[in-house]
Ligand binder design. Structure first.
Ligand SMILES: NC(=O)c1ccc[n+]([C@@H]2O[C@H](COP(=O)([O-])OP(=O)(O)OC[C@H]3O[C@@H](n4cnc5c(N)ncnc54)[C@H](O)[C@@H]3O)[C@@H](O)[C@H]2O)c1
Length: 391
């Protein structure tokens, strides 16, 4: 018999929100998860109005406090199986902690918290309770990111020497925050966005891509955070030179003032035997450069095991693609893959079994903390005229 779909609750999503929509699509993607409840807005009246007018049936709540409290005592099947937090950064920690206290698994947007102390407390709570916790680093969900991880971590490119991991946008190249764009308004406000604007918003994605693909950690960094647009309080341009845990070097860079760039996230890994190049705007493919050979372009859905370069492709990776190559997968598929993997862990948890939430399928609470730690150290370095700091 088919299994019952998991019940998901949203924290945030009303009033013309952005990222709640891709999450919703990803939740419904497989038919095994559905959104059933939401606290859509900070204003309780608006939250209820939005829920009543939602395009599909949804139990609306006046606040996330009310939604979480209402789960108490309900049997599995009638309560929320997990919550998705899609609010501005300053409204991540409180609902996340309250969900964990109520025994509800959490899939939280990035950056995970405003402060390192909040991140530490979430890490502790997850350790203590064993409740699944995911952080929505979207680009880890691309099949080609998973293939990149296999290629680099299995040593096919040799030892990693140099990594360029970047996320370049242009939408904040002028005072977008004065143009009625709510996504810009809170992103430039330290009270809602955190210590770093551009670094926290998209530099954390570049860092996570580096850590996920290479398995290496940043051990030292020297950062420069710049605010190009007048009267803005937070950085809109972020560059960190890093020393990695294997002694290699990396650049983690992000910008929101690079006119014409959209969501130009990518990674280049140079190893002692070859180079890997991947860009999310062309995420159906990755390129491998080897000495004295033609460039190899691998397409999702058209990768064969043991082709003279690729070796020992993991079975679960090969079982993953669902449509043939040339029918493009993209952003929503990546989100869906993350939700699908999170669902597996939630079902394990609901069965009363221990969950191995090791970050191999989606970013976990420690990864979320690593992002906040990195940003905290980058701000420290930048404030100290770009001094090297140890992590
Ligand atoms: N993973 C990604 O690729 C990605 C992309 C974009 C945004 N994000 C992250 O997602 C989060 C949301 O970003 P966005 O661009 O969608 O913002 P947004 O401004 O479009 O939406 C924020 C939503 O939160 C709601 N909200 C605010 N306070 C609330 C409260 N107290 N209770 C209930 N709802 C509340 C708002 O009403 C709105 O629906 C941010 O943390 C951002 O960094 C991640």
């Amino acid at each position: 018999m088919s299994q019952r779909p998991l019940n998901v609750g949203l924290v945030g999503g009303g009033g013309g929100a952005f990222i709640a929509l891709p999450h919703q699509r990803a939740i419904f993607f497989d038919g095994t998860r559905r959104v059933v409840a939401a606290a859509l807005h900070p204003d309780p009246v608006v939250a209820m109005e939005e829920a009543e007018n939602w395009p599909y049936p949804l139990r609306g709540y006046r606040s996330y406090d009310e939604m979480i409290a209402d789960q108490k005592g309900k049997p599995v099947g009638e309560r929320l199986d997990y919550a998705v937090i899609v609010t501005p950064n300053n409204v991540h920690f409180d609902p996340a902690m309250k969900c964990l206290e109520a025994g509800i698994p959490v899939f939280c947007e990035k950056p995970m918290t405003l402060t390192l102390d909040e991140s530490d407390r979430l890490v502790e709570k997850v350790k203590e309770t064993g409740i699944p916790f995911g952080v929505a680093h979207t680009y880890l969900g691309h099949w080609t990111t998973r293939l990149s991880r296999h290629i680099v971590r299995s040593g096919l490119l040799g030892e990693v020497r140099w990594v360029d991991s970047y996320y370049i946008q242009g939408w904040l190249s002028e005072r977008t925050e004065d143009m009625g764009v709510m996504q810009a308004e809170w992103r430039v406000d330290p009270a809602q966005a955190g210590l770093s604007g551009c670094g926290g918003d998209i530099g954390t994605h570049a860092l996570m891509q580096l850590r996920y693909v290479t398995g290496l950690e940043v051990k030292e960094l020297q950062a420069s955070l710049t605010t190009f647009v007048e009267k803005r309080q937070l950085d809109d341009h972020f560059v960190a030179s890093c020393t990695l845990s294997n002694g290699g070097k990396a650049l983690v860079r992000a910008s929101q003032i690079a006119i014409g760039h959209k969501n130009d996230l990518g990674i280049e890994v140079n190893g002692t035997k070859g180079t890997l190049i991947w860009r999310q705007e062309e995420s159906e493919q990755l390129t491998i450069l080897l000495p004295d050979q033609p460039d190899r372009v691998y397409w999702r859905g058209a990768v064969a095991a043991n082709d003279g370069f690729l070796q020992d492709l993991p079975d679960d990776l090969m079982a993953e693609p669902t449509i043939p190559s040339g029918h493009p997968e993209a952003f929503h598929d990546a989100y869906a893959r993350l939700h699908r993997c999170f669902e597996d862990d939630v079902r394990t948890y609901l069965d009363g079994k221990p969950v191995v939430c090791d970050g191999s399928k989606y970013a976990n609470v420690e990864d979320g903390r690593a992002g906040i730690y990195f940003i905290t150290k980058a701000v420290e370095s930048s404030n100290d005229k770009g001094a090297w700091v140890t992590l």
